[in-house]
Write a protein that binds this ligand. Structure first.
Ligand SMILES: Cc1cc2nc3c(=O)[nH]c(=O)nc-3n(C[C@H](O)[C@H](O)[C@H](O)COP(=O)(O)OP(=O)(O)OC[C@H]3O[C@@H](n4cnc5c(N)ncnc54)[C@H](O)[C@@H]3O)c2cc1C
Length: 386
């Protein structure tokens, strides 16, 4: 059973008020323009939301994962684009700076990024390496005390606007995961970092995505985050949070779609009565609500597991798998309830339907998640049943 503390309930109400007042009215326009919403992103920083998971000493709030998920869920209800960019920054883009950076690096980059003054992202995926992380070819070679990075990253969230990039690169030529390290790149302060193609996509359009080209980028030694090897293991330590956060985004988006479909079904009349009174439509809404309820329970159960220090690898994978697939189904059903108007750009159903697709690859595809879940199929093992 989910039991939020009074502080968490109050926090949710505060975020919800902000989302209703500032995000919902802007969501359609930023999607149409396909532009990163700089002003709204800065507001997230100013309100302290980008620093939720970081200590107060760096301007953060020291919040638990349940609280973070409340933020992610409410923000996604308003704009999945904005929530995707905020999620990437606050769980990945600044995480490794905090975890492995020196105090000087934290003061220079982490503090302004948590305020929303710098946009931070994470670049692992390459044209020939998505799920298959070991296949990345971006190279980091020593040159004196420094490192020189060469390669190309793609599908980088916020690439056109990012100030800071945590980049995964191989520190020795052998293929394999062992030799991957993480480097902090400063876009303005280092030469050789260029934006490649901006990816024109149908989902989360206001979370801009693109290629980053690295041409002989000289990186000072203190920008190597956490040693020459073990990058994949370091990413692994934050993956459960990424997956549970993606589940929270899924329930936020699905709630918005459900609510819009319900309101539409109450006012749209066909064959002499509101369509909500036709059992076929009621059943759709009943199934949507049931799936949403189950995903919500899973999400906050997994988040509470993270807060309790429980191993949640399998639980987080199950939660993200179920919640993202749920969001795809619920947004699809919502668009069906809108029928023709589900295709019309002036109604939000089409945006929810398109945005839900982002939730499938983000945080690991459904196939990869099933591989993780399937590693231990005993009913009572794998940390899922506390
Ligand atoms: C909007 C958006 C933002 C993103 N932001 C970032 C970012 O900021 N930083 C970043 O590094 N990446 C980012 N990504 C990339 C994302 O993490 C990858 O797309 C994802 O890891 C999948 O990789 P891929 O698309 O190359 O698919 P592939 O790995 O090529 O997979 C293709 C298909 O094969 C399946 N498959 C692969 N391997 C197996 C297997 N062993 N068994 C069964 N099936 C398999 C997959 O499930 C999928 O269906 C983003 C993606 C999107 C859509």
């Amino acid at each position: 059973m989910i039991r939020f503390t009074p502080e968490q309930e109050e926090f949710r109400r505060t975020v919800a008020r902000f989302v209703d007042a500032e995000v919902v009215p802007a969501a359609q326009a930023i999607d149409e323009r396909g532009e990163f919403p700089v002003a709204l992103f800065r507001r997230l920083g100013a309100l302290g939301y980008l620093g939720l998971r970081y200590p107060e000493a760096y301007g953060g709030a020291g919040a638990d994962m349940v609280t973070y998920c409340l933020f992610a869920e409410e923000l996604a209800r308003g704009s999945l684009s904005l929530a995707a960019a905020a999620g990437m920054q606050s769980l990945m883009g600044t995480h490794f700076i905090y975890k492995y950076g020196s105090e000087a690096l934290r003061a220079r980059y982490l503090v302004p990024a948590l305020r929303g003054d710098l946009v931070a992202t994470f670049a692992l995926t390459e044209p020939n390496a998505g799920s298959d992380v070991a296949n990345i070819t971006t190279r980091a070679e020593r040159r004196g005390p420094s490192w020189v990075l060469r390669g190309a990253k793609t599908w980088v969230t916020s690439a056109p606007v990012a100030d800071l990039l945590t980049v995964a690169a191989k520190t020795s030529p052998e293929r394999g995961m062992k030799n991957i390290a993480l480097f902090l790149l400063d876009r303005a302060g280092m030469r050789g970092i260029a934006l490649g193609k901006k990816i024109d996509k149908m989902s989360v359009r206001a979370s801009e995505t693109g290629e980053i080209l690295l041409d002989e980028v000289e990186v000072p030694p203190e920008h190597l985050l956490g040693g020459e090897t073990g990058g994949v293991e370091k990413i692994g330590t934050i993956l459960a949070e990424i997956r549970v956060m993606t589940a929270a985004l899924s329930i936020g988006l699905a709630r918005a779609a459900y609510q819009a479909a319900l309101e539409y079904a109450r006012q749209r009349v066909a064959f002499g009565k509101p369509i909500v009174e036709h059992q076929a439509i009621t059943f759709k809404l009943a199934d949507m609500l049931t799936a949403l309820y189950a995903a919500t329970l899973m999400t906050y159960q997994a988040a509470a597991g993270i807060d309790a220090g429980r191993a949640v690898t399998r639980e987080a994978a199950m939660t993200k798998l179920f919640a993202s697939e749920m969001a795809v189904r619920v947004t699809d059903e919502a668009a069906r309830i809108f029928a023709s108007y589900g295709l019309a750009m002036e109604y939000p159903a089409q945006r929810y339907f398109r945005d839900a697709r982002f939730l499938l690859p983000g945080g690991g595809t459904s196939e990869i998640l099933r591989i993780i879940i399937g590693r231990d199929l005993d009913w009572d093992r794998g940390g899922a049943f506390p």
